[in-house]
Design a protein around this ligand. Structure first.
Ligand SMILES: CC(C)(COP(=O)(O)OP(=O)(O)OC[C@H]1O[C@@H](n2cnc3c(N)ncnc32)[C@H](O)[C@@H]1OP(=O)(O)O)[C@@H](O)C(=O)NCCC(=O)NCCS
Length: 173
């Protein structure tokens, strides 16, 4: 079902297909600093092994991918380097590795709508107990507004800035 964001732009959400990985990765390269952007091989791996955790936002009219959220399943309660490289089918944590919106469509509430859609879908799958992600300081309020809790500074070092562990318990409403 389509929803409308400011600018009268109709958007639909659906899983990202293998043929759309180049476009998704282009958004990643445009959206993240070079020392944080993930490789296209990781994108291909996630689309192959956990497509149910790779959600896209599309312009309803043209089917252009304008945002995505990509994750893996993990047995650890927070994000580890291993979770970036591997999907554990038995894991009960969804590790969200990328949340990205095309620069032309930012600050219209799209990432918030996309995250609510993502969380709604993983709750419905009834596999996962929590969602975990890494956030820079300036985006902590954005994730807290969506229901995540800041668990403090992460041990992960990736790029120049500090990361914080943000967690959402999926068993509570
Ligand atoms: C972060 C990102 C996903 C936000 O997408 P978006 O669609 O613009 O987000 P929303 O419009 O839903 O933002 C909702 C609120 O979050 C906050 N917010 C959004 N982007 C922010 C930013 N860059 N810095 C601080 N607060 C921000 C604001 O409070 C915003 O409300 P406002 O526009 O009324 O002020 C987008 O800027 C992006 O793709 N950035 C590059 C990749 C990245 O850093 N991803 C996150 C780390 S995984």
């Amino acid at each position: 079902m389509a929803m409308t964001i400011p600018g009268d732009i109709n958007v639909i959400f659906k899983p990202v297909k293998a043929s759309e990985i180049d476009r998704a990765h282009q958004l990643e390269a445009d959206g993240f600093p070079a020392d944080e952007a993930e490789s296209i091989d990781k994108f291909r791996y996630r689309q192959t092994y956990c497509p149910h955790l790779f959600l896209g936002a599309y312009l309803a009219d043209s089917d252009l991918l304008i945002g995505y959220i990509a994750g893996t399943g993990a047995s650890t309660p927070i994000i580890s380097f291993d979770s970036m490289n591997r999907h554990e089918p038995e894991g009960r944590t969804v590790c969200i590795h990328s949340v990205c919106v095309d620069k032309a469509y930012r600050r219209r509430g799209l990432a918030s709508r996309m995250m609510n859609e993502y969380v709604g879908r993983i709750r419905q799958q009834e596999i996962y107990e929590r969602a975990a992600l890494l956030s820079h300081q300036h985006l902590i309020p954005f994730y807290e507004n969506l229901g995540f809790t800041n668990s403090g500074e992460s041990n992960i070092q990736l790029g120049k800035e500090k990361w914080f562990d943000l967690i959402m318990d999926l068993r509570t409403k």
